[in-house]
Design a protein around this ligand. Structure first.
Ligand SMILES: C[S@@+](CC[C@H](N)C(=O)[O-])C[C@H]1O[C@@H](n2cnc3c(N)ncnc32)[C@H](O)[C@@H]1O
Length: 410
């Protein structure tokens, strides 16, 4: 049995030696995170737990201030050299004293390194938040005012307890009338709201391309596309796959790397202003793929395609709107068509902390919900579908996609 002293020594040694051993695969890293969390839960004091839970928002604020004042850009390009807080403050004209108050939070959480009094240098994570990294777009999107976890800025999240009190603790069930509208004092739905801010819209679009970056294999590598879809694809004059709410086409771009011959039978659908950002991305969408500006709540114009595919679209919507979206797809499907949902379905029990938090994020901005497998089955059955199967990758990383394959109920 290890004592706390022995464990402390072991972990400190590991922190020194592990980075030199090279990349660690997802399975091993996730197993370690789980063990590490178990140790934390076993020894954490009530005060430490309260601080951890209640003070997370301050890190997000510090991250955003450092991004806005070019701290990550400056440190990431300094070649590991230390920079003083006065130097770092120059490009933004910030008061060094003020900036230092934020940067020391980032140093404590390991995003930069403190090398002396008021002096900082980069660590490998620093580059992830510089402008060169697409992850900085995610950080911008998540820390922007609608979503900031800081209690002073996250209007919809900060006012969620008040909203729920007002609605007698019912699940929000309308994306146009929920915590977001209450918190932001707006009539706009969240997607309408970000459309008004092109910088945020672009950040959101790129953020979506990163959503699955570390979440294991692509859906078409663990779902039997050949056997379930291609072998039963009788009418090749029709479209093969429509990616609804496919964003800037990142999923189809990956799909055409494996199935380039299908490109002219693929359709990317999303809101017109989102499709306008397709060619701004770091990847190139196959030119054969048709781009069709679409509103999920209007008639589906591509009829009788073999596959209607939605990835992490339904979790944006409560049942009321999810059913309206499914109805439009149902109407366009023939008996040969297959509906494929690729969703972060939650387990029925022991939901991980990250997934549980994302669910509340969905609630607070979209009245959305991260559904469990059971809840997806129920939603599909109530919308006129029969679920033929569910598929998951062999190794499950947190948030890995689950594929639901469904057809029209006869
Ligand atoms: C959570 S993102 C998912 C994007 C992509 N499928 C993925 O998994 O990365 C939801 C997508 O739905 C789109 N969307 C939202 N409302 C829509 C609507 N009314 N009609 C069409 N697309 C919509 C958004 O623009 C966004 O690209």
């Amino acid at each position: 049995m290890s004592s706390i002293e022995q464990l402390t020594v072991l972990l400190n040694e590991a922190a020194e030696s592990l980075p030199a051993q090279g990349p660690i695969n997802d399975e091993k890293r996730n197993a370690f995170y789980a063990a590490y969390e178990n140790v934390r839960k076993a020894i954490e004091t009530p005060i430490d737990a309260a601080v951890r839970v209640l003070f997370g928002g301050y890190d997000a604020v510090a991250l955003r201030v450092a991004m806005d004042t070019q701290i990550f850009n400056q440190l990431a390009t300094a070649g590991g050299q230390s920079k003083s807080i006065s130097e770092l403050a120059k490009p933004s004209g910030a008061d060094p004293l003020l900036l230092n108050r934020f940067i020391r939070i980032l140093a404590a959480s390991g995003l930069v390194k403190e090398t002396g009094e008021g002096e900082y240098a980069s660590v490998p994570l620093t580059g992830a938040f510089s402008d060169m990294s697409p992850l900085s777009k995610s950080a911008f999107h998540i820390s922007d005012k609608a979503q900031m976890r800081s209690l002073s800025n996250a209007n919809s999240l900060a006012k969620l307890p008040q909203y729920l009190q007002k609605t007698n603790y019912q699940n929000p069930n309308d994306s146009w009338d929920g915590p977001f509208q209450f918190g932001e004092a707006t009539n706009l739905q969240y997607f309408e709201w970000i459309e008004q801010d092109p910088k945020h819209q672009e950040a959101f679009n790129t953020h979506m391309t990163l959503q699955r970056m570390e979440r294991g294999p692509n859906w078409f590598d663990f779902y039997p596309v050949q056997e379930r879809l291609l072998d039963t694809d009788k009418d090749t004059s029709k479209k093969f796959l429509v990616d609804l709410g496919g964003g800037v086409g990142h999923d189809l771009a990956a799909f055409t790397e494996k199935y380039p011959d299908l490109a002219s039978r693929l359709v990317l659908e999303d809101l017109g202003h989102v499709l306008a950002d397709v060619d701004k991305q770091q990847f190139k969408l196959h030119p054969g793929i048709e781009r069709v500006p679409t509103d999920l709540f209007q008639e589906q114009t591509v009829k009788g395609a073999k596959v209607y595919y939605l990835r992490t679209v339904l979790h944006d919507w409560p049942d009321k709107q999810a059913k309206q979206i499914l109805k439009k797809i149902h109407e366009a499907m023939t008996n040969d068509s297959v509906l494929i949902l690729n969703e972060n379905a939650l387990p029925d029990e022991y939901v991980g902390g990250f997934q549980a938090r994302v669910d509340i994020l969905m609630m607070s901005i979209l009245s959305g919900i991260d559904r469990t497998c059971k809840q997806f089955h129920k939603l599909l059955e109530e919308s006129g579908f029969e679920v033929l199967g569910t598929y998951r990758p062999q190794t499950l990383s947190p948030g890995a996609g689950t594929i639901f394959e469904a057809v029209k109920k006869h």
